[in-house]
Design a protein around this ligand. Structure first.
Ligand code: BG6
Length: 478
């Protein structure tokens, strides 16, 4: 279904995110017929460029980052007719009148702030002063949304001076991932799971987001951030919220966000014995983290594993184990719900005993598996084995599953539709910082240095110990 006509301005239109995600995502939606003929997209950035040279830039970005066969069949040429560019001075006066002149009345206006947070206030102010912002217009802001509670509050305050909360779309692209949304469908669209979804039946939950990439060319940013701020405070906490929240009354923005907020607020402070920080080291052939960030004394973590608890009626007593890291064995993100043992086994001791495990794989192969205990086939008596009920979407849904949209393209379309369900509300972001700040401050206070780990491993051994101590183990990163 096509969205309404819109004007979309991308501040930071020549940046990396625009090149890799935003522009190719918009093109894919154009190809699928969702972008209406009257839509315009205006890149706005510091570089001196005219419309034509920006169109060349956009063409190259789309060819490089996934335009596919439509790059050849004339569709890309059609798409480029919707593109324009304005050279803009975010802190000055240059370009603003030009940009205002390109906006059309009576249609959706969205402004994507794909720039450093330090510029959010300047841009928001100018959108008002130059008459670009209307009561119906929307702004989209990227992470990092602050560095801690104080800076996040200040950012929220700045944006609130010019925009109402219903106009602010804070992106966490994990919420746009297909399986992450599926998590809500699985939990709240089936009778099967929800009655068991509590500490009476669930032994523990694991959330792993493992990456093979290192910090790449983002060393400057990453070294002042670390895995806790870069991944845990946002992506992992959002996953935690979706897995742990109460059923919202409706699938509507505030109903969903209220429930997520309650989870964050119910999180207990983390005991520092229950957190492991790691940093990938160098090998003979590969540079390590400190080489990548060009900081030989860096104590920033590229890996975090932690155990936390949610103090509420549903989850008291069920630990949640979270881990994420760069340069790990493979790229694999999954949420694993490990159910408790049956209260009593009617079988012989040596028949074997297995727990039901529900694994929700977010990437790379999106799907859900449920481990079920059955009798081993054959004449060997009652021996129990664990077999997976496998619902890999690509197998179950065929070609449709291969067309899984990228998180960004879905989220941008939600902005145009005015649907905030998959965006973070200001109070959620602040609550998440309020929980992570003491952890980070504790590291600084104690002068804690991250444990080294090998590239291609599963992280520092201490992360394994975190679970072994509790008589549990991480599901293997595959
Ligand atoms: C970003 C982080 O938000 O998410 C990156 O800043 C990380 O450091 C990325 O690599 C992971 O996203 P995805 O979609 O590749 O899992």
């Amino acid at each position: 279904i096509p969205v309404d006509p819109f004007d979309l301005v991308i501040f930071g239109g020549t940046g990396d995110l625009a090149r890799r995600k935003i522009l190719p995502g918009l093109f894919r939606r154009f190809c699928s017929g969702q972008m209406p003929g009257e839509a315009t997209i205006v890149g706005a950035a510091r570089s001196e460029m005219d419309d034509d040279s920006y169109r060349t830039f956009v063409r190259e970005a789309i060819v490089e980052f996934g335009g596919g066969r439509h790059c050849e069949d004339g569709t890309l040429d059609e798409f480029l007719k919707h593109i324009g560019y304005v050279t803009i001075d975010a802190r000055g006066t240059g370009g603003w009148d030009d940009l205002a002149g390109r906006m059309r009345d009576g249609i959706v206006r969205a402004f994507y702030f794909s720039v450093a947070p330090a510029l959010f206030g300047d841009i928001a102010e100018r959108l008002h002063n130059y008459g670009l912002a209307t009561p119906e217009s929307r702004i989209v802001v990227e992470k990092p949304f602050g560095k801690n509670l104080e800076t996040a509050r200040a950012l929220n305050k700045t944006l609130a001076q010019h925009f109402d909360e219903t106009q602010i779309y804070r992106i966490d692209h994990y919420l746009g991932k297909e399986t992450v949304q599926n998590l809500m469908a699985v939990r709240f669209g089936n009778m099967l799971f929800e009655p068991l979804w509590n500490s009476q039946y669930v032994d523990h939950i694991q959330i792993t987001v493992a990456e093979t990439v290192g910090v790449g060319g983002r060393g400057g940013y990453y070294d002042t951030s670390g895995a806790m701020r870069d991944m845990v405070q946002n992506h992992l906490m959002q996953l935690l919220c979706l897995i742990a929240m109460e059923p919202p009354a409706r699938f509507e923005p505030d109903a969903v966000r209220d429930e997520k907020l309650k989870v964050i607020r119910a999180l207990e402070p983390v005991d520092y014995h229950h957190i492991v920080r790691g940093q990938y080291g160098a090998t003979d052939t590969q540079p390590g983290y400190r080489d990548h960030v060009e900081n030989p004394r860096s104590t920033t973590e590229s890996f975090v594993a932690l155990k936390c608890h949610i103090s509420n009626w549903r989850w008291a007593g069920t630990p949640f184990y979270l881990r994420t890291g760069k340069r790990l064995k493979s790229r694999s993100s999954e949420i694993v719900v490990v159910f408790k043992d049956t209260p009593h086994s009617i079988f012989e001791e040596d028949a074997g005993r297995h727990r039901n495990v529900l694994a929700i794989q977010l990437q790379p192969n999106e799907g859900i598996t449920l481990g079920v205990t059955i009798k081993e086939p054959g004449p060997g008596g009652m021996r129990l084995i664990d077999v997976p009920l496998d619902m890999t979407f690509a197998d179950a849904l065929g070609p449709e599953a291969e067309e899984v949209p990228d998180a960004y393209e879905r989220l941008i379309m939600d902005v145009i539709r005015g649907n905030q369900t998959l965006f973070m509300r200001g109070d959620e972001v602040e609550a998440a910082w309020a929980w992570t700040d003491p952890i980070i401050e504790g590291w600084t206070r104690r002068g804690e240095v991250p444990k080294p780990y090998d590239s291609g491993s599963t992280g520092p051994d201490d992360a394994l110990m975190l679970m072994h101590r509790d008589g549990r183990k991480w599901r293997e990163i595959r």
